[in-house]
Design a protein around this ligand. Structure first.
Ligand code: NAP
Length: 496
């Protein structure tokens, strides 16, 4: 690590992060002894190296998860709940450490990282509360004779794969319901941001999670390392958050063993501003929906669909606000956008901007990378987008807002639904009936009404179409880790 650019506090935090694999309660090196480097996207410096799991390590993690499954499923729900509650408190107690670590390895501004530390912790609290509310039913068969007992059982050992954009929340959103349901876990963090999951696993241990329930395998060879697990009969569930192409590949692999799967995939969210909207609120909402986390959010507004009558006002106010955003290292005071996560991401964002410009788009602000070290990109607003521009069809995953226009409600809906994705939509209008009509007309798993951010651990998060399968959070979240068992009971009144 280049010590000169980091404060004593940052160095001390990095030194405290466990760098091994966590298997059966032990932190250990990989079988190969290999490690991989974690880069700071704001400086290009190496922060730390962590153990690089290979297939043998992954199998050892599944051995541990499988061995722990039976006893873990028998642990009283209240006890599982208490462990999650202690983990919630543990993450909050170290919220500043989690925030700083996320800023260092992922780049997001420290204030936003603090927000994620709390948001991530809240999944632990929500599922600590849900752990004791799993119920079944007892009923009489329609013919009045046999009795039906329907109960929920933990699905068993799970492989959880998380992305780099929300290194804590994407892990707690999966780990917490799995723990609550009585499942054991092999967690594979993203290779760009493994450090937060390392610290999180330590907090789970400190909260009293028994050995083998949570195993952690950071790796630089995701497919080769986790592939064999999908073929192993002991694995019962795959929960994946990441890009649609990788999700599709994993679904195909998982089909061989008809694995239970949850897929939280990419998005291409429309952000619709009707002519009756509160434009100032819409502009604020658009800023949050587009620029938070540098636009590296699956629910990020990807297409601003604005009524022709308010286009001028919206574009002027929005581009002025975007132009005023401060782009700098996430640890600096008053910063709004940090760097993109790596060079590849920044190149892809710029390619999409260039493609739109080549097809005639106008750049209202931004439109290029920031010179100097790190992967910074200027927050950008584009208008006059040709309909065949790639930016309207592909997930941008960066701070770029293309604005397009409509005149009729039906046209806005058609444009919004003209996508393979169906994760999130945003609608700004003051008309209640229109809100409800539009909600029913949109093909998305989630809709933000007059709001720029709606994610909440107590609400079901997920998409339709190429955006995924299943829901995380809410009452639905724990269901993903339970299967339904039907027990038929013979007529208790029949002569025996
Ligand atoms: P990604 O490249 O698909 O990677 C996601 C995770 O999958 C990472 O841990 C990655 O490991 C792993 N992975 C990649 N190839 C794999 C393989 N063949 N087998 C097993 N695991 C594999 O996505 P990303 O770039 O990290 O994340 C951005 C994407 O995630 C965006 O499309 C975004 O929309 C989506 N996302 C969706 C949600 C949601 O809830 N719907 C939330 C957040 C993000 P490595 O890191 O080692 O490559």
């Amino acid at each position: 690590m280049e010590t000169g650019i980091y404060t004593e506090r940052e160095r001390a935090l990095l030194e405290s992060v466990p760098t091994g694999l966590l298997i059966n309660g032990q932190w250990r090196p990989s079988v190969s002894g290999r490690t991989f480097d974690v880069e700071d996207p704001a400086t290009g410096a190496t922060l730390l190296s962590v153990a690089d799991a290979g297939p043998e390590d992954a199998m050892a993690a599944l051995d541990a998860a499988s061995a722990a499954q039976e006893s873990w499923a028998k642990v009283a729900p209240r006890e599982r709940s208490e462990i999650l509650r202690l983990a919630f408190e543990g993450v909050l107690a170290r919220a500043e450490d989690f925030a700083l670590l996320m800023t260092l390895e992922m780049g997001k501004p420290l204030d936003q990282a603090r927000g994620e530390a709390v948001y991530g912790a809240e999944f632990l609290r929500w599922f600590s509360e849900e752990a004791v509310r799993v119920t079944g039913r007892y009923s009489t068969a329609p013919d009045g004779r046999n009795r039906f007992l329907v109960q929920k059982r933990p699905v068993g050992p799970c492989l959880l794969i998380t992305p780099w954009n929300f290194p804590l929340a994407m892990a707690t959103r999966k780990v917490a319901p799995a723990v609550a349901a009585g499942c054991t876990i092999v967690l594979k963090s993203a290779n760009l941001t493994p450090l937060t999951a390392q610290l999180f696993a330590q907090v789970m241990q400190e909260a009293g999670l028994p050995d083998g329930v949570l195993n952690l395998i950071p790796t630089s060879t995701a497919g080769a390392t986790t592939g064999p697990l999908l073929k192993d009969r002991r694995l019962r569930k795959l929960s994946f958050t990441g890009s649609t192409p990788v999700g599709q590949r994993l679904l195909a692999d998982a089909s061989q063993r008809v694995l239970r799967t949850s897929m939280e995939l990419g998005g291409n969210a429309p952000f619709i501003v009707f002519e009756d909207a509160d434009i100032d609120a819409a502009v604020e909402g658009a800023l949050a929906a587009k620029m938070r986390n540098m636009g590296e959010v699956c629910t990020a507004a990807n297409r601003m669909i604005v009524h022709r009558d308010v286009l001028q006002e919206f574009s002027t106010k929005f581009s002025a606000l975007v132009a005023a955003q401060v782009v700098a290292r996430g640890t600096e005071q008053g910063v709004n956008l940090g760097p993109l996560v790596d060079a590849k991401s920044r190149n892809k964002v710029h390619e999409l901007v260039q493609d739109a410009v080549d097809r005639g788009a106008t750049v209202l602000t931004g439109g290029s990378a920031v010179d100097g070290p790190g992967y910074f990109y200027k927050p950008t607003v584009l208008t006059g987008i040709a309909p065949d521009s790639r930016i309207l069809a592909e997930e941008v995953f960066g701070p770029v807002a293309p604005i397009i226009t409509f005149t009729e409600e039906e046209e806005a809906l058609r444009m919004a639904n003209d996508s393979d994705y169906g994760l999130m939509a945003y609608v700004f209008t003051r008309d209640v009936n229109r809100s409800l009509r539009v909600a029913e007309g949109l093909e998305t798993g989630m809709l933000a009404l007059n709001a720029g951010v709606i994610a909440n651990p107590a609400a079901p998060f997920g998409g339709v179409k190429l955006s995924g399968l299943g829901r995380e959070g809410g009452f639905e979240g724990i269901e993903e880790y339970l299967y339904t068992q039907f027990v038929g009971v013979s007529d208790p009144f029949a002569a025996s």
